[in-house]
Design a protein around this ligand. Structure first.
Ligand SMILES: [Cu+2]
Length: 154
C-alpha cells in the first residue's frame, strides 16, 4: 500500500467515525460457503499434521559398510533424506550426514537415545558411529528439533 492510499484510507476511516457509521460490516455468506471454508481449513490442518508428524512410507534400508558396519548416507537439504532409515538389530551403525543446506537450523544433529550431538559442517560428510541397537525406533533431529528423522531397528 503506498502512502497516498494509506492516507486516503485513514481519512475515510476518520470520516466514518465522525459520521457515526460502523467501521466494519458483517457480510452474510451462504451457509454452504461457510461449511466449505471450514472444511478446507480442517483439510489443510490434517495435511500439515501428516507432513510434519505422519509416516512417509517405509524406511530406506542401510547398506553394507566396512567391517560389518551397516552404513547409510543421509542427505541434509531442507530435511533428512532419507528421513526414515531401516537398520538391523545387533549390528553397529555408521550414519554419514551429507549437509548441503546452508541453514543454521540443520548445523547440528542430535540422537537423544544415545546422547550424541554432532556438528555438521556445510558441504561435507560427517560420520556418526552408533553401537548395535535393540529393535525399536530411535529418533534424531536438528538442534531445534524442527527437522526430524527416525532409525527403525528391526
Ligand atoms: Cu532446526
Amino acid at each position: 500500500m503506498n502512502s497516498f492510499v494509506a492516507a486516503a484510507t485513514a481519512t475515510a476511516a476518520a470520516n466514518a467515525i465522525a459520521s457515526g457509521e460502523p467501521l466494519w460490516r458483517t457480510i452474510e455468506q451462504p451457509f454452504g460457503l461457510n461449511v466449505a471454508v471450514a472444511a478446507a481449513g480442517l483439510a489443510l490442518i490434517a495435511a500439515e499434521l501428516w507432513w510434519f508428524l505422519g509416516r512417509h512410507g517405509g524406511g530406506v534400508a542401510a547398506g553394507e559398510g566396512e567391517g560389518g558396519v551397516q552404513e547409510i548416507t543421509i542427505t541434509v537439504d531442507g530435511g533428512y533424506s532419507p528421513a526414515r532409515i531401516r537398520l538391523t538389530a545387533g549390528r553397529p551403525v555408521r550414519l554419514i550426514f551429507h549437509r548441503l543446506d546452508p541453514s543454521g537450523c540443520v548445523a547440528q544433529v542430535i540422537v537423544p537415545d544415545f546422547r550424541r550431538t554432532l556438528d555438521l559442517p556445510l558441504n561435507a560428510r560427517t560420520s556418526l558411529e552408533l553401537p548395535p541397537m535393540q529393535p525399536g525406533e530411535y529418533p534424531f533431529h536438528c538442534g531445534m528439533s524442527m527437522v526430524r528423522g527416525v532409525l527403525e531397528v528391526v
